[in-house]
Design a protein around this ligand. Structure first.
Ligand code: FES
Length: 207
């Protein structure tokens, strides 16, 4: 579930999509029939959250609900249910560690501990300087490259406690390391030599 509650006082935020986000919103809305604009609520909440700085105060959710023409309460239901939305202020850089079984078997406990130590916060907390927000996530759908750390829009794969420390240090310096495998794998290819599909083209390995 997303973060709830918080210090925000209703009525203090004046929000509208900027030119870039409005263009993105209109592009997204073209994917849906004209009488199904409400179906675009999730991607529009995502771009609204990005514009607002990583969280969704009530007025921003209202704006998106009105934009797609759906009851505001239904937009609140979406924003408060899904993990990718924050309904209270959080750190600018969102560090999410997958701890579901394949990642856990590949060492995600050590990744979580390294993140806690490097950032000085617990799961669900932001650093006092507002730079980082740390949270655990369920399966991110990239189990073949476990363990996975998802930072903002990027996946960092094949992580170890040492590599995640380097990653966080780079982010603290204002750098944005290249996403992908910390072990140099290309996509989900095996480390080292190929181990399958080695027969001649058009033949199975057994032939
Ligand atoms: S279990 Fe971590 S990506 Fe699937």
């Amino acid at each position: 579930m997303s973060a709830h509650g918080g210090p925000h006082e209703a009525g203090l935020v004046d929000f509208a999509f900027d030119e870039t986000r409005r263009a993105q919103a209109e592009t997204i809305l073209k994917r849906y029939p004209a009488d199904r604009r409400a179906s675009a609520v999730m991607p529009l909440l995502t771009i609204a959250q990005a514009q607002f700085g990583g969280w969704l105060p009530r007025e921003v959710v209202d704006y998106v609900a009105d934009y797609v023409g759906m009851p505001r309460i239904r937009a609140y239901e979406v924003a408060s249910f899904y993990d990718m939305y924050n309904t209270e202020p959080v750190g600018r850089i969102q560090v999410r560690v997958c701890t579901t079984t394949p990642c856990m078997l590949c060492g995600s406990d050590g990744i979580v501990d390294a993140c806690k130590k490097e950032l000085g916060v617990d799961i669900g907390e932001s650093t006092p300087d507002g730079q980082f927000f740390l949270r655990e996530f369920e399966c991110l759908g990239a189990c073949a490259n476990a363990p996975i750390v998802w930072i903002d829009d990027d996946f960092y794969e094949d992580q170890t406690p040492e590599s995640v420390k380097d990653l966080l240090d780079a982010l603290k310096r204002g750098e944005r390391p290249t996403p992908g495998s910390a072990k140099g794998r290309v996509a989900s290819a095996p480390l080292g030599e190929r181990t399958s599909l080695l027969g001649k083209e058009g033949q199975s390995d057994a032939s």
